[in-house]
Design a protein around this ligand. Structure first.
Ligand code: 13P
Length: 286
């Protein structure tokens, strides 16, 4: 069933686990996440970036996400990831997304607060959950590229003040995390997570989940992260399976023969993440 992101992550924060946001940019990635969540009876957030929307189109993306939610026996939220404009947020809400992230992290903080507040006012009135970001998270996520030098570790006081002014449902905070695969073990500042999450009722969101070692994930959850976003590692698992199968059989013409196994590999990897997040068994199966 389609369920509220705000409620899912609040419940998770109180109980000490994290709900996984798994991004999709095609049907198979969405199905992989849905099947993984259903098999583990876990709540699920299906995310789509602006790049994913350009690839699928807003209507197709919404149709895939909403169909997944409708047929799911677990709570599913359809979330717009890292949106930079009010207009895009409105078109996704119109298409049926029930959760949006406004990313104003590269704006001056006053402007980020002003726009986030405006988006909360409109989205909350329509029952749509809102995530926002303080401190720019490094790395590359689709169109978004933040050089290491510009990736800021957020000031906890500023993050808490941001929440007090905006009342977002989940707050992404730059804590040494980065989008894309890590080349070295990331230094995730769980002290900052704790300082922020301990001072606000809603959870901190950990972006850049791909490649993060399990022990760091567990520490981040213990510090107050209750939403963790994962994308790149699933793309890597998907395309490397396709590459292997197409190389092994250059005559392969039926795309289902590689898309199906690639979907299965991603499902396995998502199941591992959901288990580490502690979310397995946390959905009430209808
Ligand atoms: P990764 O691609 O590094 O997993 O990050 C995903 C993310 O944070 C999406 O918002």
């Amino acid at each position: 069933m389609l369920a509220s992101m705000a409620e899912m992550v609040l419940t998770a924060k109180k109980a000490g686990y994290a709900v996984g946001q798994f991004n999709f940019s095609n049907l198979e990635l969405a199905q992989a996440a849905l099947e993984a969540a259903e098999e583990l009876r876990a709540p699920l957030i299906l995310g789509v970036t602006e790049g994913g929307l350009r690839h699928m189109g807003v209507e197709f993306a919404a149709a895939i996400g909403l169909t997944a939610a409708r047929q799911a026996k677990v709570p599913v939220s359809l979330h717009l990831d890292h949106a930079g404009s009010f207009d895009l947020i409105m078109s996704c809400i119109k298409a049926g997304f029930n959760s949006v992230m406004f990313d104003g992290s590269r704006l001056p903080i006053e402007e980020n607060i002003r726009m986030t507040k405006e988006i909360c006012r409109v989205a909350h009135a329509m029952g749509v959950s809102v995530e926002a970001e303080v401190g720019a998270i490094g790395g590359v996520e689709d169109d978004l590229s933040v050089a290491a030098a510009d990736a800021l570790v957020a000031d906890p006081e500023e993050a808490v003040n941001f929440w007090q002014q905006t009342k977002v449902d989940a707050l992404a905070v730059a804590v040494g995390n980065a989008h894309g695969m890590y080349k070295t073990i990331p230094n995730i500042r769980t002290d900052i997570v704790q300082a922020v999450a301990g001072a606000i009722p809603v959870p901190v969101v950990l972006h850049g989940g791909s490649g993060t070692p399990d022990d760091i994930i567990r520490r981040a959850i213990a510090a107050g992260c209750a939403k963790i976003n994962v994308s790149t590692e699933n793309q890597v698992a998907f395309t490397s399976t396709l590459r292997r199968l197409l190389t092994e059989d250059p005559e392969l013409a039926d795309s289902r023969k590689c898309l199906g196994p690639a979907r299965a590999v991603v499902k396995g990897s998502i199941k591992e993440r959901i288990t580490v997040f502690g979310a397995a068994g946390k959905a009430v199966v209808g």
